[in-house]
Design a protein around this ligand. Structure first.
Ligand code: DO4
Ligand code: MG
Length: 275
């Protein structure tokens, strides 16, 4: 079951049929005792919503802030060690990749999250910018993973590579976080065969594409969520991006007008243009 947030309220899609979910705000759905059961009854009893296409899709967020995990794939570890070698990155990315405690950082307040078909941004003071396609967990107020969406952790590699203390500036700025198009509602773990794919289109041509699978993700999603909830409370739930396993070659940087397509099996494709 996939849950969308639209201009006309939440709706659920299953097997191509869409139903409106009335009487609940997005936050109430995220914190409900049994989201899956609630949506199953809407699918069973509700009238199909044939007008879905006319409603705009919004970011699947109301009050949920977004956090992110880093260096959870070998590819991210290697790329970051290389970009930060002049700042001593040879050891700190390697160490966090191997450590028991994951790297977790604040990524975006709820109000700044960009949805499907919205515009993500590159920093104007950066000259090396990349998208990071990441499986993103939706976690309820009790710390339980209740769904999954596709995320883009836009990053300025020159800024984070210059000094690790610049990471918040490289990661947290207006238009740096996109989520969507929907939430795959499931508390079950996704199969390790689930694929993550990115395509970057420039002037109608494919400029870069890459793939990975969840088999490459070094840490269990539930363990990442457990660390985040150790000493934090999220009364409306939150999102947690699980890190990137795809990094374009060092010669690549995003340009204004590029279009980023991030697909995750079972979820769909998040499309954003770069502004
Ligand atoms: O440590 C820097 C950020 C890592 C990150 O965002 C990732 O691995 O996805
Ligand atoms: Mg990332």
């Amino acid at each position: 079951m996939r849950l969308y947030r639209t201009t006309l309220g939440p709706c659920v899609e299953q097997d191509g049929r869409v139903h409106r979910v009335t009487g609940y705000s997005w936050d109430q759905l995220v914190t409900s005792e049994d989201l899956h059961g609630l949506l199953a009854s809407v699918v069973e009893l509700g009238e199909p919503w044939t007008d879905f296409e006319s409603a705009g899709i919004l970011a699947p967020v109301e009050s949920q802030d977004v956090w992110a995990a880093g260096v959870t794939y070998y590819r991210s570890r290697s790329a970051r060690m290389e970009e930060s070698k002049d700042a001593g990155g040879g050891s700190f990315y390697d160490r966090v990749y191997a450590a028991e405690r994951p790297e977790l950082f604040f990524k975006s307040p709820a109000r700044d999250v960009v949805g499907h078909q919205g515009a993500v941004r590159i920093r104007r003071d950066a000259h090396w910018s990349v998208p990071e396609p990441e499986l993103t967990l939706l976690i309820n107020d009790r710390g339980q993973i209740i769904g999954y969406t596709a995320g883009n952790d836009m990053s300025s590699r020159d800024i984070e590579g210059e000094n690790p203390l610049y990471l918040p500036q490289a990661k947290v700025y207006e238009g740096s976080c996109a989520l969507g198009p929907c939430v795959l509602v499931s508390s079950a773990q996704l199969p390790t065969t689930a694929g993550i794919q990115i395509e970057i289109h420039r002037d109608g041509q494919m400029e870069f594409s890459g793939t990975t699978t969840l088999a490459e993700l070094k840490r269990e999603p539930a363990v990442l969520a457990g660390y985040l909830f150790r000493e934090n409370k999220f009364p409306a739930g939150c999102f947690l991006m699980t890190g990137t396993g795809i990094v374009p070659p060092d010669s690549f940087t995003l340009r204004l007008g590029d279009e980023v397509h991030i697909s995750i099996d079972g979820i769909g494709t998040l499309v954003n243009r770069v502004a």
